[in-house]
Ligand binder design. Structure first.
Ligand code: C2E
Ligand code: MG
Ligand code: MG
Ligand code: MG
Length: 284
């Protein structure tokens, strides 16, 4: 009996894996198709300064509307794009589109926003990222003060020397650099002084329960205290409720990003929000 149960279990797992890998292959092919038929868009989520309660920047977040499957989440397709190498052309599209949008905002209330773009490790290690960024900026006549790169901790640790060099080149160009999902990367804190970093983004997993979980509150407070001593700007991600905001403000957090202020929005809705609502906010 145990044997047949074992066989059934084995069969179950291999079927699941087969379905899983078929799905992956589908997605991979469909990502190529999506590139060619313009199925991607960028949404933008505001980052709000806690002193002035004004929007000081936005994060560009890719959105994929598949013609049959509908919306597919980046947490589903970005890992597949990274493994297949497709993240390189997709990432180039993201950079170009963000710069095109910055240019389009030039004569609007959004002209001073700094736009941050997520960069995957494959982009730093296999593509000439610096050239791609310079091209995207030059062809839209964008200044470096309009652009920021978000990179994750694990990316920094893969090849420290070459990453320090690449990031220094971006700094020389004038771009800002943030560490995304900070606190989840299990890496040495010494890199905070080795890499040319402007901002830490506290991962939303620490923010989510900070108003009810003492450990999460302690981690957020410690990150904020450390960042202040190292002169780093801090953005808290995933802020949804007022108690989280009050705690973060009380511990000197600089900016928040989260549903409390706004979810990621298509450009027209962002313009409507920032044009109309910022000054009227209940938190002003
Ligand atoms: P991320 O860079 O850490 O982006 C923050 C994620 O948190 C976004 O998910 C955003 O919609 C979500 N979020 C913001 N505020 C809240 C909140 O208050 N509550 C909750 N529960 N979630 C909130 P999204 O857009 O689904 O993106 C997921 C991840 O996919 C991103 O995490 C990033 O790692 C990756 N990603 C998105 N766009 C790109 C891109 O253009 N290039 C690359 N390489 N990765 C991207
Ligand atoms: Mg990010
Ligand atoms: Mg994050
Ligand atoms: Mg993330």
């Amino acid at each position: 009996r145990a044997k047949s149960a074992g066989r059934n279990t084995h069969k179950f797992y291999s079927d699941t894996m087969r379905i899983h890998s078929l799905h992956r292959l589908d997605i991979e092919n469909e990502l190529r198709e999506a590139m060619n038929t313009k199925q991607f868009q960028l949404y933008y989520q505001p980052k709000v300064d806690l002193k002035s309660w004004s929007v000081v920047g936005v994060e560009a977040l890719i959105r994929w509307k598949h013609p049959e499957r509908g919306w597919i989440s980046p947490s589903e397709f970005i890992p597949i794009a990274e493994e297949s190498g497709l993240i390189v052309p997709i990432g180039t599209w993201v950079l170009k589109e963000a710069c095109r949008q910055i240019k389009a905002w030039r004569n609007t209330a959004l002209r001073d926003l700094r736009v941050s773009v997520n960069i995957s490790s494959e982009q730093i290690y296999t593509d000439d990222l610096l050239l791609t960024v310079k091209d995207a900026m030059a062809s839209n006549t964008i200044g470096a003060e309009s652009l920021e790169l978000e990179i994750t901790e694990s990316l920094l640790m893969r090849d420290v020397d070459s990453t320090v060099q690449t990031l220094n080149e971006f700094k020389e160009l004038g771009l800002a650099i943030s560490i995304d999902d900070f606190g989840t990367g299990y890496s040495s804190l010494s890199y905070l002084t080795r890499f040319p970093i402007d901002t830490l983004k506290i991962d939303q997993s620490f923010v989510r329960d900070l108003h009810i979980d003492n450990d999460d509150a302690a981690i957020c407070a410690a990150i904020l205290a450390m960042a202040r001593k190292l002169n780093l700007n801090v953005v808290a991600e995933g802020v949804e409720i007022d108690e989280q905001l009050q705690f973060l403000r009380g511990h000197g957090c600089n900016q928040i990003q989260g549903y409390l202020f706004s979810k990621p929005l298509p450009p027209a809705e962002l313009l409507a929000l920032i044009g109309d609502n910022v000054r009227k906010s209940a938190y002003a």
